[in-house]
Design a protein around this ligand. Structure first.
Ligand code: BJW
Length: 236
């Protein structure tokens, strides 16, 4: 890749955190093999059995203490620091490994484990503790906190800003995502329609691989640092 890019949009998914020890969703032994999606990742599942859902997310939030960013998170942070053009890093991940890897500006379109959403006053608050014990909302004091994550049927965060960036980017890069979940799975087509070059970096061909101009397959910890070096060396 030897073109000069001015506006890059990067989308990351569970695959970028896999080598840090966080399970992906759709792999054998992954999160969805151990849980029914409709039980733990839908508003209806939460209404049916809030304790199951709060416990699922309490455990995942606590598990963040045992993982660390890997070279792919660090490489994207380096790109943010060194790239001279516009860069938007959008992640579907609810972990905090991009931030701990050094990225200062991360858009979490599916929310964050370390955030709580109050179903009474709709405030989002930083949250590090458990929720199963029904703590009060820091703002309205109602004991109605839920994980601040986007479940199926809910609108992901900051879609206006993301689509605006996709309409004007000249490079779109998708890293470690299966392309199974919309609207993120449709970003490649949005970017292509806007005339951007599109690149997939994933362990294996994703569901949308054929939609990309270029695909590279292998572990993110290898592919991402290589690609970042390439962009920085060619002037970005
Ligand atoms: C590696 C690697 C290594 C492994 N190196 N790579 C029919 C058609 C179209 C859409 C719909 C439809 N029916 C319903 C919908 C909409 C629905 C949807 O997409 N459903 C699908 C099942 C079809 N989507 C929604 O409801 C969304 N909202 C919505 O659409 O609102 C309306 C709207 C309208 C118009 C505009 C905008 C919006 C909400 C989706 C919410 C998803 N939520 C979850 C849970 C979040 C909380 C939590 O974490 O628990 O988000 S589901 C789960 O999937 C999570 C992830 O962010 C998301 C994507 O998963 P991801 O990251 O791709 O992980 P995997 O496991 O699937 O893939 C990992 C990849 O990494 C694999 O390819 C591996 O090979 C690779 N890999 N190791 C590099 N070392």
């Amino acid at each position: 890749m030897n073109a000069r890019y001015r506006r890059i949009v990067i989308l990351t998914g569970a695959g970028i955190s896999a080598e840090s020890g966080i399970d992906t969703f759709r792999a054998a032994g992954g999160l969805w093999e151990q849980h029914r999606i409709e039980d733990v990742a839908t508003p209806e599942g939460f209404a049916r059995d809030p304790n199951l859902v709060l416990n699922f997310y309490d455990l995942r939030r606590a598990a963040l203490a045992n993982v660390a960013p890997n070279p792919s998170h660090m490489a994207l942070a380096l790109l943010e620091r060194e790239f001279k053009g516009d860069l938007l890093l959008v992640t579907q991940n609810v972990d905090d490994l991009h931030e701990r890897g050094g990225s200062a500006r991360v858009l979490h379109m599916h929310g964050e484990l370390k955030s709580a959403l109050c179903t009474s006053c709709e405030t989002r608050s930083p949250w590090l503790e458990t929720m199963i014990n029904r703590p009060p909302c820091p703002v309205c004091r109602a004991p109605t906190l839920r994980p601040d994550v986007v479940w199926f049927g809910e609108m992901p965060y900051q879609m206006g800003r993301i689509y605006q960036a996709l309409e004007t980017c000249d490079l779109f890069v998708s890293i470690g995502t299966s392309g199974a979940v919309y609207p993120a799975a449709g970003f490649v087509q949005e970017a292509r329609a806007a005339g951007a070059r599109t690149l997939e970096l994933n362990l294996e061909p994703s569901e949308g691989s054929r939609l990309f101009h270029e695909t590279r397959h292998g572990p993110a910890s290898v592919l991402v640092p290589e690609w970042v070096e390439e962009v920085l060396q060619t002037g970005g």
